[in-house]
Design a protein around this ligand. Structure first.
Ligand code: ADP
Ligand code: ADP
Length: 226
């Protein structure tokens, strides 16, 4: 089974715009994979479909073998998503954001609290647990989104432009964190338009342009071509 399998995925938006023109993609378990492409290529649309926020027009998506259309609950359990924009309740306390999220995945209160502690510590947010999310700096908010995506311990983590607008120091520490997470077995997919980010992190890549996959290869082979 692959971590992610996409077949002939199409998305035509309500205005008639064809954002995905039948893409197919495989991401193996344990991979660190980058979806590269210029603005407007279809990266967010792809991630939106995989995270069940956007309905596909046609095609098939499987997460660890679970069909997203037919086995939604199982498929979603395997997946954590870090969206590009902050989408938590800014007035909720940092700790409660994680506990609430864990609750969505069926964890009992005590377990949710323990899990929340683990991930707040891992991401250096433990001291901020009593603060409302709006008090956090931009970098801390981003780390909070990562912690929230991990609290149910998904096997696949997807991040949309994880280091956009992040300073160099935080970028480095996020890269380190993601590498370690991947080394411990979590499959990671990120979108980026920085080749440099993909280069330092990812083993395999796909390049999407105007709704089509124009390249799908290993990072090594891509670099050898340049
Ligand atoms: P990327 O993430 O690679 O920048 P997106 O998936 O966000 O690309 O967008 C792909 C294309 O689809 C863009 O041309 C964008 O303008 C268009 N698009 C995105 N969302 C919508 C929408 N809701 N309605 C119409 N067009 C959209
Ligand atoms: P449904 O369409 O089934 O109502 P929701 O969008 O409400 O699904 O999400 C169901 C679960 O998936 C919730 O636990 C929600 O927090 C989680 N979820 C949805 N989108 C994301 C995301 N981008 N990152 C992390 N978890 C998400």
């Amino acid at each position: 089974t692959q971590a992610l399998q996409i077949d002939n995925l199409r998305k035509t938006y309500a205005n008639g715009f064809e954002a995905l023109k039948g893409i197919s993609l495989r991401v193996e378990q344990g991979d660190f994979f980058a979806l590269l492409g210029p603005n407007g290529a279809g990266k967010s649309t792809t991630l939106g479909i995989v995270s069940s926020l956007v309905n596909p027009t046609a095609g098939e998506v499987k997460i660890f073998g679970y069909d997203l259309a037919q086995q939604v609950t199982e498929a979603k359990l395997q997946l954590g998503v870090v969206p590009q924009e902050f989408n938590f309740n800014a007035f909720e306390k940092v700790e409660d954001i994680l506990i609430t999220q864990a609750g969505y995945y069926g964890l009992k209160r005590a377990e949710a609290k323990a899990r929340s502690e683990v991930y707040l510590k891992k991401l250096g947010l433990w001291d901020k647990r009593e603060q409302p999310a709006r008090r956090l700096s931009g970098g801390m908010k981003r780390r909070l989104m990562i912690a929230r995506a991990l609290v149910h311990q998904p096997k696949l983590l997807i991040l949309d432009e994880p280091t956009a607008g992040v300073d160099i120091e935080l970028r480095r520490s996020m890269w380190e964190f993601l590498c370690e997470l991947n080394a411990q077995g979590t499959t990671i997919i990120l979108t980026t338009h920085y080749l440099e980010e993909a280069e330092s992190l990812c083993r395999n890549i796909a390049i999407i342009d105007q709704g089509e996959i124009i390249e799908n290869t290993s990072m090594k082979r891509l670099l050898a071509q340049l």
